[in-house]
Design a protein around this ligand. Structure first.
Ligand code: HEM
Ligand code: SF4
Ligand code: SF4
Length: 510
């Protein structure tokens, strides 16, 4: 059997692009602060002070300057990949429009921050970029005094102009930072830093590149001469050759066109049916577990409508993406209770968890095989259609974390399920951000609500194989069928801390 070789989830940059964006910003900020200490804010002194930082500080200045430049370049790469990934995963639909739309101005601020940095070096590249940018802005009808006039010759550029540049090069990144925090406003427990190992690997890679190829300046700017040729930074200056070739008007058209197209992306396709979670205050005990688990900050707690000294949860419909993770977190959903098992605090409006459980039980009752497997799929992992058989019941949920652990306990204890195979998105890359890790923590007894029974816990197999994982699921089912030990200890793919005691809200006498 062939095995896919893949990076561990915490080292895969594609799983942490947003967090890497933040991390690179902090590297740029810290190194920028260092450079600022030694930078001279004047036309005559700027270029020489940057040379001094690069050449006279026993590698430290050069390293700081190079890290500043390469981390900025890496930020363009990472943010572009982040945008592309969110687009491909269609994470711009429904309530996610906010994250998408608030991301678009960040692109402008990011490019403005980077380009502004190149001006400060005041070398030939800065001269080219400054003069070309001025031409671009002069084409705007709102610019009354043509900016380019200020950059005609050495005599016309003043130190005040340089102070303005510094002000912009600090102010625009601060606006970027503010925008980045607004961008993640609508998600809870946002991953605004990469895992430690990835952060270290990124810093080490940038350091190696900085030492091998330190950032350098071109010759000092001289506005009395025109620049003949220039080494462009293609990450930030990719649009500049177009200004030379097409002229300012068409380039503005292109930039505004791309921006408007990006802003309109959320209208591209609408989620088929807006499905949201609803709270039943009668059955909400105010534990707050749904509030703790909701990845989209769509749940808040308030005093109970009519139960004194109790809390109840409330779903903010505009923010709810319908992942169902809250319904998997609610302890009142447990089927072990003596009252009507359909009563629970929170459910997806179009299909309650109790209905899902009933459907599974109906399927199980039709099966004659003794060694029954329950295969749980998710709407964004591998398609599990076609795996149902006389020994395999299947259920596909919006997110794997919609399945309450008490259902696993119940189905194994009361309904003859021998083995549960949980599939879903790849670990660290959950479509609903944290569904996989929350469900793992519940299964491993690290988070409420958790599995209760030791013998059940060891028969839960986790297959976080993503949408391309049908083959792995087929292999797993084949392996289970071939094994005469299905249902016994040691079969789990991932070692799990066994539950030590039965606690919780159920009334099962274990
Ligand atoms: C400086 C640039 C950016 C940074 C630092 C950044 C950072 C982040 C972070 C940290 C998250 C949360 C990730 C998580 O916890 O799951 C996020 C989410 C998101 N970002 Fe960005 N982002 C940037 C630009 C953009 C751009 C340009 C777009 C698209 C136009 C975008 C679209 C999104 C979307 C749609 C989400 C939400 C994903 C979801 O709902 O699960 N971001 N971003
Ligand atoms: S998890 Fe259930 S019981 Fe707890 S606050 Fe949410 S709806 Fe209420
Ligand atoms: S379904 Fe529940 S967990 Fe998911 S976004 Fe809505 S309220 Fe939050």
């Amino acid at each position: 059997m062939s095995r896919e070789i893949s990076l561990p989830a915490d080292l895969n940059p594609l799983f942490h692009l947003g967090g890497l964006g933040f991390y690179l910003f902090w590297i740029v900020a810290v190194t920028g602060l260092y450079l600022f200490i030694f930078f001279e804010t004047s036309i005559m002194g700027a270029w020489a002070s940057v040379e001094l930082i690069s050449n006279e500080q026993y590698y430290v200045g050069s390293l700081m300057r190079s890290l500043h430049r390469y981390a900025s370049a890496a930020m363009v790469l990472v943010v572009t990949a982040h945008l592309a990934k969110e687009f491909l995963m269609k994470r711009y639909q429904g309530p996610r429009w906010f994250s998408w739309v608030s991301g678009v101005p960040l692109l402008w601020l990011l490019f403005a921050s980077g380009i502004g940095g190149y001006w400060l070096v005041w070398d030939e590249r800065a001269q080219y970029v400054a003069q070309t940018t001025a031409t671009l802005f002069d084409a705007l009808p709102i610019v009354v005094e043509p900016m380019a006039f200020g950059l005609i010759d050495n005599a016309t550029v003043s130190d005040r102009f340089f102070s303005l540049l510094i002000f912009l090069h600090v102010g625009i990144p601060l606006a970027l930072l503010l925008g980045m925090f607004i961008h993640i406003q609508r998600i809870s427990r946002s991953k605004s830093l990469p895992p430690k190992r990835l952060a270290l690997a990124a810093l080490a890679s940038l350091t190696v590149v900085s030492l091998i190829k330190p950032a350098t300046s071109m010759a000092p700017a001289d506005l009395d001469r025109s620049v003949q040729s220039v080494d462009l930074d293609w990450y930030y200056m990719n649009v500049y050759p177009l200004i030379d070739i097409l002229g300012s008007g068409p380039v503005w058209g292109l930039l505004l066109g791309i921006t408007i197209a990006l802003l309109l992306v959320p209208l591209l396709s609408r989620a088929p049916e807006p499905t949201i979670a609803v709270v039943d205050p009668d059955n909400c005990n105010g534990c707050g577990w749904c509030f703790a688990d909701c990845p989209y900050d769509a749940v808040y707690m308030k005093p109970h409508d009519y139960k004194k000294n109790h809390q109840q949860s409330v779903v903010i419909a505009d923010k709810c993406v319908g992942c169902g993770i809250c319904a998997g977190a609610c302890p009142t959903v447990t089927p072990f209770k003596s009252v009507n098992h359909a009563l629970s605090g929170i459910n997806l409006a179009h299909k309650s968890n109790a209905t899902i459980l009933d459907e599974i039980i109906i399927d199980l009752k039709k099966m004659s095989s003794p060694g029954r497997v329950l295969l749980v799929g998710c709407g964004h992992g591998a398609n599990i259609d076609g795996f149902a058989a006389d020994d395999v019941a299947t259920v596909s949920l919006e997110c794997t974390a919609q399945l309450p652990p008490s259902y696993i306990d119940y189905l194994c204890r009361r309904e003859g399920v021998d083995t549960v195979v949980l599939t879903g998105c790849r670990e660290g890359d959950c479509y609903h951000r944290v569904g996989v890790e929350l469900q793992q923590a519940r299964l491993r007894h690290e988070r409420e609500p958790h599995l209760r029974f030791k013998d059940v816990a060891v028969n839960v197999h986790e297959l976080w194989v993503g949408s391309g994982g049908r083959g792995a699921i087929a292999d797993k089912l084949r392996q289970l069928r071939q094994s005469d030990k299905v249902g016994q200890s040691g079969q789990s793919d991932q070692p799990r801390k066994a539950p030590s005691a039965a606690k919780g809200v159920t009334d099962e006498a274990s």
